[in-house]
Design a protein around this ligand. Structure first.
Ligand SMILES: *Cc1c(COP(=O)(O)O)cnc(C)c1O
Length: 335
């Protein structure tokens, strides 16, 4: 079975397991785990921020980023398909108690929309806007840095904060041929995942200025998510950060090849900007195609009534891409 559902399915490599087994550890709630500290410092430096906090998941990094940026009842402006809105249960309402205001076009809000939304500010009927939210990559698509700059500049002109959900920021950086710090520039807080494109077993980080991260550290404890000898898992993340960032371009090249092959299959369309191949099926047939692919040994995820995704990751070889492309063509021919 070739598992292309997500880049979270990877298992630690032998070298990563060795690094984890040999990790120096301490009690991180006391700030005494040297491996966690090294991971946090290297992550902050790579992202061009003062500090970073190691947390269990991207979901938690996002929710902490939200929690420290809004007061109860404040608005966060986001896309209706952002992970924050649709994939974190109702955490936005339960934890920070924020109100998402959502757009549905493009990968960032237009100037016209931003101007319209800010113009109602101060109206007694309206919630207070507090935070602008972007995602890069956004469902495998790369948001241009000029778009990010336009939106973060708007946010700061109006006294809003800006957060980047960078679960796949490493992929965005590789695709843009920019440093991670360039991609994170202009944001008050940034979340990144070590368990996606980089292939670590556990964890994400929230980065920002020292005050933002100190408040997030308190909020993490509030949620009962302080960790003790977390260096064991942080070592996997640190190994991934040091050794797997460079190879991300290889995943992107394989995804591009897979997309090219799938796009040639009658009835299907496909495109890839990063490690995520988005596959268009005939209207309403996504589930049928997903099942057919699985019968031929290829697992993918359904992300809409006509869209599937196939994510290339560090366990996928050139041979797997070839096998998967052939299997997809065979499966499609049967439908
Ligand atoms: C996966 C993902 C998250 C959440 O990460 P988990 O570690 O699965 O909680 C957040 N945002 C985006 C864009 C993601 O793709």
């Amino acid at each position: 079975m070739i598992d292309l559902r997500s880049d979270t399915v990877t298992r630690p490599t032998p070298a990563m397991r060795r690094a984890m087994a040999e990790a120096e550890v301490g009690d991180d709630v006391f700030g005494e785990d040297p491996t966690v500290r090294a991971l946090e410092e290297e992550t902050a430096a790579l992202l061009g921020k003062e500090a970073a906090l190691y947390v269990t998941s991207g979901h938690m990094a996002n929710q902490l980023g939200l929690y420290v940026s809004v007061r109860s009842g404040d608005e966060v402006w986001a896309h209706e398909h952002h992970h924050l809105v649709g994939d974190e249960q109702g955490a936005t309402a339960v934890l920070a108690r924020a109100l998402p205001r959502m757009y549905s076009e493009g990968t960032a809000p237009s100037d016209a929309l931003l101007e319209e939304w800010i113009s109602g500010r101060g109206d007694v009927h309206r919630a207070e806007p507090a935070l602008l939210w972007l995602e890069n990559t956004f469902t495998g698509r790369v948001v241009p840095l000029s778009e990010q700059r336009r939106v973060t500049a708007f946010a700061h002109r109006h006294g809003l904060r800006a957060h980047l959900d960078g679960a796949r920021l490493w992929n965005a950086a590789a695709a843009l041929e920019a440093s991670p710090a360039k991609v994170a520039e202009g944001f008050d807080s940034v979340s990144v995942c070590f368990s996606k494109g980089l292939g670590a077993p556990v964890g994400s980080a929230l980065a920002g200025d020292a005050d933002t991260v100190a408040r997030a550290r308190r909020a993490r404890k509030l949620l009962g998510a302080g960790m003790r000898q977390a260096g064991i898992i942080a070592a996997g993340a640190l190994h991934a950060l040091r050794h797997h960032r460079e190879r991300i371009a290889v995943d992107h090249a394989r995804a591009a090849l897979l997309a090219e092959r799938i796009a040639r299959v009658p009835g299907l369309g496909a495109r890839a900007q990063t490690n995520m191949v988005l596959v268009d099926t005939p209207s309403g047939r996504a589930a049928a195609y997903r099942e057919a692919f699985a019968r031929h040994g290829v697992r993918v995820l359904e992300i809409g009534p006509r869209t599937l995704r196939a994510v290339v990751h560090l366990e996928i070889t050139d041979g797997d891409v070839e096998t998967a492309a052939t299997a997809v063509a065979k499966a499609a021919a049967e439908l």
